[in-house]
Structure formats: structure tokens, C-alpha cells
Design a binder for this molecule. Structure first.
Ligand code: PLP
Length: 579
């Protein structure tokens, strides 16, 4: 029997409010919340047993070593490894994949060899292979997926059949689509083709029963923080008989047997792959998380995600007009732990922020899956992701809020809950001004005879500004701002159009640098009136969106810098350094 109320009581963070409402946390695929037992295990470790491991000949060091190695035993058993020696502690799934790329890849791959990935991979299971390819001359090749988000197994077998694949690197569960890939079959086919299989288990370990040995996988990478454990600890399972086919990854203390000035011999695995002082408290916390999941029953955890995902998809589809749900329906092909969608006409940033104002945390962006988004013809999406403490009431809150946000972003109804009237005055003014510019942007009229044309992009969320200016006698005589983006980026472009038109180049540059200074929180020249642009200062409360607000201004600055160059010029990008 799934006792949601009892489970919720174990998560202290659920006791807080956000925006005056109960916290509805639906961002578990990014990181999960932590139950009390995890927090207590970490605290208890530091209060009672903290010491460095393995080397000390004193009580605390022995206790700490036992806590660390005991955690390894419990977690390795939970994941169905042959023994604790198959579990290497790392910081996270990313480090685990990098470890394999270096320790195995550098030694065994060379020109002409292939690493086979899929179109649904997280950047953590792509970039390490790109870097390996650069180092070794091997090639990264991707198996396509269907429009529904299912791996093309025929294409995978064909690629394996060509005989150049040395390693298949595949996610068990997609962090965007929730798709489950058939790991045992892929392991068999990979082995028949003489390749190894690395499984990215970052989204599988938190929700599904994993039997590493039975699955046939050779490596399994995961992060503790998505499975109710702390950040900073994760694992790499390595099949025991591969240990001697791998070189050390990082060098230093803990991973050696003997060191001379000329060289070193190395400790037995798994310690050979764990250089330096480990995150003992992290391992202890992850053990507590695993034991918590075991108490609930990992099959019951999987069923819970499936039920919730199914319920969420049904309600969203029925009640949110125009919504496009991504990925397969929960069942054998998908976990249900993530529900990702596109809502045409409403930017994911605006959705996430509108939901945040109602106490609901979701994720907006490309979720570190840019190739997948490109494949789906999208730049950014919105993702709700569940864990054991989520219930149907969380989904109900999401659906209700999403309907409101959609209404607000397409035609704001005065006085509707969550719109400007119930906010504090500065926030209300900000939203009123932004929505007014967003729905009726200035500067959209076609411009004749542009002398400067420039593009700006924010690759993180797909915001895109196309700017055309006509410079005459040292003035901006005409200006047109087009493009696509969230409400803040569009509104900011609209304000800029109103403010720049007719200015001398000197005035324009002064204004542009004042806006940049405003976003950095620096004082503005006393004689400069920014007018309604001043409300954008509020964006500083939401640092991630400063880039949205700056995009048009940066594009104009770059456009002026390149005035006189050929038309059109290539795109500039907003980078972290701009704010
Ligand atoms: N792989 C998948 C499928 C993920 O969802 C994530 C994180 O979102 C990662 C890898 C990387 O995890 P971490 O950032 O903890 O290394």
C-alpha cells in the first residue's frame, strides 16, 4: 500500500512554501529531494565518525572506512552487482562516463573505431565521447529515434553489423522522453558484434529495479542526487573481468599500491579508480537513500512513477489546449517519471516562471539534450518530473496552473489569480509592462533600406533576435526588431526599439551601456532617463533570465560595432560574460 502522506512526512523540504503556497516540486529528474534519513545519516557521520578513510590507525578512521565500504556493499547489492569491487564511487554520472572514456576508451579505441550513441542522449553521454574521438581518431555515431521517441533497433543492429563499433553508450531511460531502452537485448547484440555496452543509468537508478549483472551491461553510470541521495556522489559499475583492461583515470593518493620517484603500481579496483580523499559522507547518505528506496520497494517506486506519469499525461492532454506531449506513453516503453511538453505560443521560460509564481517547480530548456530537441524540431521544452513524494494533487496543481499561465500569456485577464493584481507592487508593474510589450511589441514594422543587419541568439532557450537598422547622418533613423523568444526577451526588444529610434550613435551607445550596467546592479548616470526600461531591473531577481532581457541590447551593440560591414552578418550569442 502506497502511503503518500507518510512518505511526504519524511521530506522536510516539503514543509516550506514558495510564493505563499505549498511547494509542488516537479524537478526530480534534475535533482530529487532528500528524505530525513539521508540528512540524518550525513549529519550523524560528521558528528560521530568523521575522519579520513583507509590510512588512519585510529578508531574514527576505522569507523569512517567501515561507513564508506559498508555503503559500497549496500549500494552494489541494491544494483545487482557481483560484489562491492564492481562499484567505483565517483561524483556523478558525468564523471562515471568520463572515467570509462579515459580508462577504457583511450586504451582500446583508435582511428576507424566507433562509439555508438543514440539521438536521445544527455550531453553527459555525448561530450565525453566527442572528446575521446578527438584524442583517438575514433568516430561517434548516433542511432536515430522515431518521432514518438523510440530507439530504432533495426538501425542499431545495422550499425553493429558493420563491425566498427567498439562501445555502445546508451541511456536506460531518457531524461526528456522517459523512454526505456531494452538494455539486455542491446547488451547481447553489442557483445555479438564484439562491442561493450555502457549504460547511462542516471534516470533509471532512481525509479527502476536494476540488476547490473543480469542486464548484461559492462558499465553502468549513475548519480546519487537523482535517487534521493546527496549531490557529489555517484557510481560507476564496472564488470569485474574488465578491471584489468582499464587504465587508472586520475592519479594520486588512495589509488596506488606503491610509489617511487620513478613510477607507481596501483591498488586493486575499485580503489584504483578512486584517487584522493573520497566523499565519505556522500556515500553514507547515498546508502541511506538506497535503503529508503528498498523500504518502499523499488518495484512499488516504479509503479508509482508509471501511475503518476499516466495520470499527468491524460490530464494535460485533455485540459491544456494545444499541448504536445513528448515521448511514448508510460508502460514497457517509458517510465512515467518524466512528462515533457511543448505548448505552442508560450515559451518554456514563461511557463516555468508562471508555475514558479504558484509554488510549482518544473524545468524549462533543452535539459542537456540539444541533439534530441533538434531531432524533435524544438529548441526548448518544459518538463515535470516525479518522485516518491509526488501525488495526483501535485499533477492537479500543475494542470490548473498551466491552464492559467497559458491564458495569461496569450490574453491576460485582469484580476485572474496569479496575474498582476495579486503580486507585490514592483512585481505587478514589471509584469504589466512586460506583458504589454510582449503582446503588442514595438519595432515590428518592416524597415526599408537597412544599413545594418544583425542576429542574436541564446542557444540555451532558443531566443532569437533579428535586428535591422538604418543609420543616417550619425543617427538611428529606422529600426526593426524581429525574432522569437520568451516574454522578457520580446518585451525587452520592444522597449529597445522605442528607445533607440532617432538617437544619435553616441546616445545609443550610452544607453546600451547603461542598460548593461543596470543588469549588473551598477549605478546609472544621473542625467539618463531609462523610462520603462527601468522595470527590467526586476529581472535581476531571476538571474537566469538576465540573458533573455539583454539579448536585444547585446545584438544592437554588436550590430553598431559592425556597422558598415556587409549585410547580413552572422549571429552573435549571449554568453555568461554579458551580464
Ligand atoms: N544522464 C542523464 C540521462 C541525465 O538525466 C543526467 C542529468 O540530468 C546525467 C546523465 C548527468 O547527471 P549528473 O549531472 O548528475 O552527472
Amino acid at each position: 500500500m502506497w502511503n503518500l502522506e507518510a512518505i511526504r512526512r519524511e521530506f522536510p523540504i516539503l514543509g516550506r512554501t514558495v510564493a505563499g503556497r505549498r511547494l509542488v516540486y516537479l524537478d526530480n529528474a534534475a535533482t530529487s529531494q532528500k528524505p530525513r534519513v539521508v540528512l540524518e545519516a550525513i549529519r550523524n557521520h560528521f558528528e560521530r565518525s568523521n575522519a579520513n578513510v583507509h590510512r588512519g590507525v585510529h578508531r574514527l578512521s576505522e569507523e569512517s572506512t567501515e561507513a564508506y565500504e559498508g555503503a559500497r556493499r549496500v549500494i552494489a547489492r541494491f544494483l545487482g552487482a557481483q560484489g562491492p569491487d564492481e562499484l567505483v564511487f565517483v561524483r556523478n554520472a558525468t564523471e562515471a562516463v568520463n572515467l570509462v572514456a579515459h580508462a577504457y576508451g583511450d586504451r582500446h579505441l583508435g582511428p576507424g573505431d566507433e562509439v555508438l550513441v543514440s539521438e536521445m542522449e544527455h550531453h553527459s553521454n555525448l561530450v565525453p565521447w566527442h572528446l575521446l574521438a578527438r584524442r583517438t581518431g575514433a568516430r561517434v555515431r548516433a542511432v536515430p529515434i522515431s518521432d514518438e521517441g523510440i530507439l530504432d533497433l533495426g538501425a542499431l543492429r545495422e550499425a553493429l553489423g558493420e563491425g566498427r563499433v567498439r562501445l555502445v553508450a546508451l541511456t536506460a531511460v531518457s531524461n526528456v522522453l522517459g523512454t526505456r531502452n531494452p538494455i539486455p537485448e542491446v547488451a547481447r547484440w553489442a557483445h555479438e558484434a564484439g562491442a561493450l555496452l555502457l549504460v547511462d543509468g542516471a534516470q533509471a537508478v532512481p525509479h527502476l529495479p536494476i540488476r547490473f549483472q543480469e542486464s548484461g551491461a559492462d558499465f553502468l553510470a549513475f548519480s546519487g542526487h537523482k535517487a534521493l541521495g546527496p549531490m557529489g556522489i555517484g557510481g560507476l559499475l564496472v564488470r569485474r573481468d574488465l578491471h584489468d583492461r582499464m587504465d587508472p583515470f586520475l592519479g594520486g593518493g588512495e589509488m596506488i599500491r606503491e610509489v617511487t620517484l620513478e613510477g607507481a603500481t596501483f591498488a586493486d579496483p575499485p580503489h584504483r579508480f578512486e584517487a584522493g580523499t573520497p566523499d565519505v559522507a556522500g556515500a553514507v547518505g547515498l546508502r541511506a537513500a538506497v535503503e529508503f528506496l528498498e523500504t518502499l520497494g523499488i518495484e512499488a517506486v516504479a509503479d508509482h512513477a508509471m501511475r503518476l506519469g499516466t495520470y499527468a499525461r491524460r490530464r494535460l492532454q485533455e485540459e491544456v489546449p494545444g499541448i504536445r506531449l513528448l515521448g511514448p506513453v508510460p508502460g514497457p516503453a517509458a517510465t512515467g517519471s518524466v512528462v515533457t511538453f511543448d505548448l505552442p505560443g508560450v515559451h518554456p521560460h514563461d511557463i516555468a516562471q508562471g508555475l514558479d509564481r504558484r509554488g510549482i517547480a518544473v524545468r524549462a530548456g533543452h535539459h542537456c539534450c540539444q541533439p534530441l530537441h533538434r531531432r524533435l524540431g524544438l529548441v526548448a521544452t518544459t518538463r515535470a518530473s516525479f518522485h516518491v513524494f509526488n501525488g495526483e494533487d501535485d499533477v492537479d496543481a500543475l494542470v490548473e496552473a498551466l491552464v492559467e499561465v497559458r491564458r495569461e500569456m496569450t490574453a491576460p485577464a485582469a484580476g485572474a489569480p496569479g496575474t498582476a493584481r495579486d503580486a507585490e507592487p514592483a512585481d505587478a508593474l514589471f509584469r504589466e509592462v512586460v506583458m504589454d510589450h510582449y503582446l503588442h511589441p514595438a519595432g515590428r514594422e518592416p524597415l526599408e533600406q537597412a544599413t545594418v543587419e544583425w542576429e542574436g541568439r541564446n542557444p540555451l532557450c532558443g531566443d532569437h533576435v533579428h535586428l535591422r537598422m538604418r543609420l543616417e547622418d550619425g543617427r538611428i533613423a529606422g529600426l526593426q526588431v524581429d525574432g522569437e523568444g520568451c516574454s522578457i526577451s520580446v518585451a525587452s526588444g520592444s522597449m529597445m526599439a522605442e528607445h533607440l529610434r532617432g538617437r544619435t550613435l553616441e546616445e545609443a551607445r550610452r544607453l546600451l551601456s547603461a542598460v548593461r550596467a543596470m543588469f549588473r546592479g551598477e549605478p546609472l548616470p544621473g542625467d539618463l532617463d531609462l523610462g520603462d526600461v527601468k522595470v527590467l531591473e526586476k529581472v535581476r531577481d531571476l538571474p537566469v533570465r538576465v540573458k533573455c532581457a539583454l539579448l536585444a541590447w547585446t545584438t544592437a551593440e554588436e550590430g553598431l560595432d559592425h556597422a558598415g560591414a556587409e549585410v547580413p552578418r552572422t549571429a552573435g550569442e549571449v554568453s555568461d560574460g554579458h551580464a
